[in-house]
Design a protein around this ligand. Structure first.
Ligand code: ZN
Length: 471
């Protein structure tokens, strides 16, 4: 962290580039993600969208629900500038796509229509940063305690009493049969690793470690405490909590619709901010997400329902940068597959590296829209397919039956209103960045669209939503 008056690093950028040592080093290195030298490398991986399988008409997709989050660390007081509080907000934003498709064709956009066509719900939580603790607790235990409270009380939508903890339990169960307890691999307090015959499990009520008698919490399943920093920034574990909360929010919406009005799954595109992947301590959750989504897809197929429709959209990062660099090589309305070989080449990994295997529950593609913008997206595989196991099946077009439908829906949503952004993503991003006080429920708005079966919990709506504060 620089001092207030210290605006630039001591090694100014310009001076560094001119530095002889840097210049001679740069002369010997190549940027791995550089544009391929021949267009063939890219061309052979592309396919025109109309040649892919289409599982349902894009015009059937009338809604999108985008989940996005933002996080920050704030100073607590002037006296203690190193003491920080982590603050995060996760927002779900619903867009009526039929209205936006009309806007996409309009020359001038009426802000009143924009207002009517979307709703959003957000929840906020504060988590203790370094040097903040509940009386009698260590910093890391305070973190675990507050995170657990957040999961148990944080409702994914103000129209329901379903919490993020319910989402986490649903994820560890099967469609309609959520888990009641989740096994922990290791005790967060003493590091005890339970034997397979005596698993350490935890549900909504705190459990106890047989070794150290320490409390164990449902929130420990996320393992974010592994990255808690006693001194310094806790932005890393904060971002993990944000990502987990985003994925749990999406899981809750999927579960809620499957339970009350399954056909909503055909009519709604669920958009995740970032790739459909989980990194670091959250990576073990990817298997749960993959299996849960596969189970839901099979369950829906048995009822002749197409869905759920999910897509991860990346706004930044290596692949977004790479896509911008090679966009000219991808013809408009074409999708590019990213093979293991290609990914390893552009990211500077060994050719034998198995990219994404432990993290991704979908596979990444680059779609160049009909208007020419490159979108970096992830879509889930068909049930039973492991998206990054290195097999030819995982790299085939056939393994991603919803790819074309998702691309066509995204294509219909670009407007001049937002440069290089899909409308629902731009709106969700602004919802996640809003100051406190947002509260139009996505479910309430969905219910107002005359969807049969969709019941919202009126009691839940009336009750004031409260969040645990730290002291
Ligand atoms: Zn223990």
């Amino acid at each position: 962290m620089p001092y207030e008056s210290e605006r630039a690093p001591r090694l100014g950028h310009v001076a560094t580039v001119r530095n002889a040592a840097v210049a001679s080093a740069m002369a010997q290195w190549q940027v791995t993600s550089d544009k391929p030298t021949t267009a063939d490398d890219v061309e052979q991986l592309c396919r025109p969208l109309p040649e892919l399988e289409l599982v349902g008409p894009p015009t059937d997709v009338d809604f999108s629900i985008t989940v996005d989050g933002s996080d920050t660390e704030v100073d607590t007081t002037r006296d203690h500038p190193t003491v920080k509080v982590g603050y995060l907000r996760v927002a779900g934003s619903m867009v009526r796509l039929d209205q936006f498709r009309e806007l996409a064709r309009a020359r001038h956009i009426d802000p009143r229509i924009v207002r009517r066509a979307h709703g959003e719900y957000a929840f906020d939580v504060a988590l203790p940063g370094a040097q903040l603790a509940r009386p009698g607790m260590t910093g890391v235990d305070t973190w675990r305690f507050e995170l657990n409270n957040f999961l148990l009380t944080g409702r994914f939508d103000s129209s329901t009493e379903m919490t993020l903890a319910d989402g986490l339990l649903a994820l560890h169960g099967t469609r309609g049969a959520p888990a009641t307890e989740i096994p922990l691999r290791v005790c967060p307090s003493c590091g005890h690793r339970p034997a397979p015959e005596a698993p350490l499990t935890v549900g909504k009520l705190p459990g106890q470690c047989p070794q150290c008698s320490g409390a164990i919490f449902l929130g420990d399943v996320l393992r974010t405490h592994d990255e808690y920093n006693v001194e310094g920034s806790n932005l890393t574990p904060m971002s993990r909590v944000m990502t987990a909360a985003e994925r749990l929010m999406t899981t809750c919406y999927l579960e809620y619709f499957a339970e009350t009005a399954p056909e909503v799954l055909t009519h709604t595109l669920f958009i995740t901010d970032g790739p459909l992947a989980l990194f670091g301590p959250l990576a073990p959750l990817k298997r749960r997400l993959q299996e849960h989504l596969a189970g839901l897809t099979s369950w829906a197929a048995d009822r002749e329902i197409v869905g759920p429709l999910l897509v991860g959209m990346e706004k930044s990062g290596t692949f977004v940068e790479h896509a911008a660099m090679i966009e000219e090589l991808i013809p408009p309305s074409h999708v590019m597959r990213l093979t293991n070989e290609y990914i390893n080449k552009v990211t500077g990994r060994s050719p034998h590296n198995e990219y994404g295997h432990d993290e991704f529950y979908g596979r990444r593609f680059i779609y160049r829209t009909s208007k020419g913008d490159p979108l970096v997206i992830t879509v889930p595989p068909a049930p039973g397919v492991e998206p990054y196991d290195g097999s030819s099946e995982a790299e085939s077009w056939a393994a991603y039956p919803t790819l074309r439908l998702v691309c066509e829906v995204l294509d219909s949503l670009r407007t001049r209103m937002y440069d290089h952004a899909i409308v629902p993503v731009a709106l969700a991003h602004s919802a996640a960045a809003l100051p406190l006080g947002v509260g139009r429920s996505v479910l309430t708005m969905m219910a107002q669209q005359n969807i049969p079966g969709l019941r919202i919990d009126v009691q839940a709506v009336k009750r004031q939503l409260t969040f645990p504060g730290w002291q």
